[in-house]
Design a protein around this ligand. Structure first.
Ligand code: GLY
Length: 568
């Protein structure tokens, strides 16, 4: 996005989002529908999801169809070579979650990204074949569909095959994005990709993906085995062997998605359900909201220095705990109850002072009786006509993951290994530090920030929300929830509203450029906050759904990308 376009976008966001605590301006609604809604990162993916539901499918059928459509039309993050998390709420009120996060291959080891002096080898964990974790996406959507889907599997896979084979037109965003990565594609692949440009890509150019269509046909015909066994698995392993990569046929065959217990908490009478480890999202979100709850934000006002300060200081503390304590629960013991104990969270905010900025050097992870993208990731939210809801965040990590495409299979492989701590205390691509809890081990899942979340009120579905954004995911979900719950915004308005982010280390607050008042920024600076503004990119792309008081659904599709809400 050019600086001018960004400036215009932020101006638009400000006009739509300025709100004084006293006024009750008319809510600017997004797309409103009676029965069902899909909000996803690309209009073709949203359309495929909604058509599946119009044809009798439910939210889980639409999940599989939308996820595969994103793999075709949104290759920077949509994927079959990556992983993700799904949180669901059935019409009955039952909630649950599915972890289809990538895993370290069996040949991985703790120090695999260190040189002979024990220093991190630059880029080894974030680009190229060594950065790839065993993909989880196909196992995830197959498991979700098997348990809850209504339509035949082939019917939900077919639309993506047709788009891959018949082609789709590039949006302006997509063409610019592909042009930016031509050099990286050439560097990491020894063949011509469907995304390799003759000169440069233009808006409206058509992308055809015949190899990807064949891979999707194997998935359609053989289910999970169409990816993890047979020809697709052999092509992945051939790609590994070409570059001395680590993933074996056995790693692929053994991959299973895991059903996990959710993180559940209450905030001002709303029941919030989010993702448990190996995502840090749910625990950090619960910490943030419970540290915030004692403060009367509504009275303090939206984006006033006091409100922003409370939020920054809660963020500082939650991310310090993330670094120390969170990792894959199948490998490390996570003190969830202690991290979410009300007394602990009250104590955490006791040294907060309105007069001056906290310092991350003063805030270590908390102590208690002990018994840790890219921003490129993508989120989609779905509600079906029966009242089932799914909140799904899925990723290749970075833009186009490792940049390695599987020859003959037509899809990019992730670079999720970068989400492990390559070395305790050394930041990854998001500047996130981690320690032992998130060290590398064979078969272990790397810690994530993905925060697919659902909210209920009085026993009924209230909101479905999530976003991409690497380390900023958690804080974007947090701010969107506060925008609706504390500041009574509608869904689209809450999504449009400018965002900021702090993550303990580095001790800097990032604000979306040109979106906040000069008064706010100078007040925070005078209190000692270090502010990054101006060159910072936009933060997150929230795709969310709000159930309105009359039962209709409002989609909030983030204008920071090609995100689209479609309903019927
Ligand atoms: N790769 C981004 C995340 O999982 O947090």
């Amino acid at each position: 996005m050019s600086k001018n376009t960004l400036g215009l976008l932020i101006l638009f966001l400000v006009v739509f989002s300025c709100k004084s605590p006293e006024s009750a301006p008319e809510i600017q609604r997004g797309v409103v529908a009676q029965n069902a809604m899909v909000v996803a990162a690309h209009p073709i993916a949203s359309k495929i999801g909604i058509e599946v539901m119009k044809n009798g499918g439910n939210a889980f059928d639409a999940m599989a169809a939308t996820e595969l459509a994103l793999a075709v039309v949104y290759p920077r993050a949509g994927n079959i070579g990556g992983g993700g998390f799904m949180v669901y709420r059935l019409a009955s009120g039952e909630t649950g979650s599915l972890d289809y996060r990538e895993k370290a291959p069996n040949a991985a080891h703790r120090d695999m990204y260190l040189d002979e002096n024990g220093e991190v080898i630059p880029d080894k964990s974030s680009v190229g074949i060594f950065s790839v974790g065993v993909p989880g996406t196909v196992a995830g959507i197959a498991a979700a569909h098997k348990k809850f889907g209504k339509l035949p599997w082939a019917e939900v896979v077919q639309p993506a095959i047709e788009v891959a084979r018949n082609g789709y037109p590039l949006t302006e965003n997509a063409s610019k994005n592909l042009n930016r990565f031509q050099e990286a594609f050439a560097q990491h692949n020894d063949f011509r990709l469907p995304f390799t440009a003759d000169s440069i890509w233009q808006t409206g150019d058509t992308i055809y993906q015949a190899n990807l269509a064949e891979t999707l046909e194997r998935i359609r015909d053989q289910g999970k085995a169409g990816f993890y066994e047979g020809k697709t698995a052999e092509l992945i392993v051939a790609e590994m062997q070409k570059h001395n990569g680590l993933i074996s046929l056995e790693d692929l065959k053994n991959y299973e998605a895991q059903w996990r217990k959710t993180i559940d908490f209450e905030y001002r009478g709303y029941q919030i359900t989010s993702m448990a480890p190996p995502s840090s999202g749910g625990i950090c979100l619960a910490q943030l909201m419970k540290m915030t709850e004692p403060f009367d934000l509504k009275k303090m006002g939206h984006h006033t220095p006091e409100t922003v300060q409370v939020m920054i200081e809660a963020e500082r503390r939650a991310y310090a705990d993330r670094a120390q304590y969170l990792g894959d629960p199948d490998f490390v013991s996570i003190p969830t109850d202690s991290l979410l104990a009300p007394a602990y969270l009250t104590r955490r905010m006791q040294d907060f002072n309105y007069n001056r900025a906290g310092k991350s050097t003063d805030i270590q992870s908390g102590t208690f009786a002990l018994t840790n993208e890219s921003t490129e990731t993508t989120h989609y939210s779905i509600v079906d006509a029966e009242g089932n809801a799914v909140s799904i965040t899925t990723t290749l990590n970075s833009y186009f993951g490792s940049k390695v495409m599987v020859a003959g299979a037509g899809f990019f492989l992730n670079n999720e290994m970068d989400d492990f701590s390559a070395k305790p205390g050394v930041p990854n691509q998001f500047g996130l530090v981690g320690y032992e809890a998130n060290s590398i081990a064979p078969g272990k899942r790397m810690l994530s920030s993905m925060t697919p979340t659902l909210v209920s009120k009085d026993g009924k579905l209230f909101m479905v929300v999530g976003t991409p954004g690497g380390s900023t995911i958690i804080t974007s979900v947090y701010q969107t929830l506060l925008n609706v719950i504390d500041f009574q915004m509608g869904m689209q308005e809450a999504v449009n509203t400018p965002r900021f982010h702090h993550q303990w280390l580095p001790d800097i607050v990032r604000f979306e450029p040109e979106a906040f008042s000069a008064g706010l920024i100078s007040t925070l600076k005078s209190k000692g906050y270090l502010i990054e503004e101006g060159n910072a990119p936009v933060i997150g792309q929230v795709n969310a759904i709000l159930v309105l008081p009359n039962g209709t659904l409002e989609g909030g599709a983030d204008p920071r990308g090609d995100n689209t809400a479609m309903g019927y």
